[in-house]
Design a protein around this ligand. Structure first.
Ligand SMILES: [Zn+2]
Length: 191
């Protein structure tokens, strides 16, 4: 994020802090004085996914992939996102799996991919689909499976759903979607 963009957020947050404390404006109390600046910086991090180059993250290599046609699974990838309706945290874990068809990626790339989409304004359904679709597009694997378990602060804190409840979403492609046995294998690995 550019300096002037950070400053715009700072100004908006400063106003917001005045309003929520029922103040008319003026100087923020000491503990809050650096908050707009810090918040703008944090936002730049939380929403850095908009600048992510997905093709670069998913640069594939073909060496080492030959004859490997079993499921590659990375479990419990941390997810930190924000809902687009309230800008409230969504946090949980993702399980990402694919069955290579001659192309593989470094395993750390799967969590980078999840981050690239999580660090945007999201709904959990779209986040799940975007990760699965990106893998499908760039790796052209035999199958893809993505399962996200997440908690939504906007729902829990306002009593719309019970505290501690997880929302589960899945996005499946290829044989992981179409072959019952492969699908069951993914679901048991993910749960
Ligand atoms: Zn929300």
């Amino acid at each position: 994020m550019e300096k002037h963009q950070l400053e715009l957020i700072e100004l908006a947050i400063k106003d917001t802090l005045h309003v929520i404390q029922k103040q008319e404006g003026g100087k923020l109390r000491e503990g809050l004085q650096e908050t707009p600046k810090r918040y703008a910086k944090a936002m730049a991090h939380w929403f850095s996914g908009y600048g992510a180059d997905i093709a670069d993250i998913l640069k594939v290599f073909e060496d080492g992939a030959d004859n490997y046609d079993q499921m590659v699974v990375v479990k419990d990838i941390p997810i930190y996102s924000h809902c687009e309706h309230h800008i409230a945290p969504i946090f949980g874990t993702a399980t990402i799996a694919y069955i290579p068809n001659g192309k593989i990626v470094g395993l750390s790339k799967l969590s980078r991919l999840a981050d690239a989409f999580a660090r945007r304004l999201q709904v959990q359904e779209r986040l799940t689909t975007q990760i699965a679709d990106a893998l499908q597009e760039h790796l052209e694997p035999l199958g893809v499976g993505v399962l996200i378990r997440a908690r939504h602060m906007c729902m829990e804190s306002r009593g719309i759903c019970q505290q501690g409840h997880h929302t589960i979403t899945t996005a499946l492609h290829g044989v992981i979607k179409d072959e019952p046995e492969t699908r069951a294998e993914f679901m048991s690995l993910a749960n």
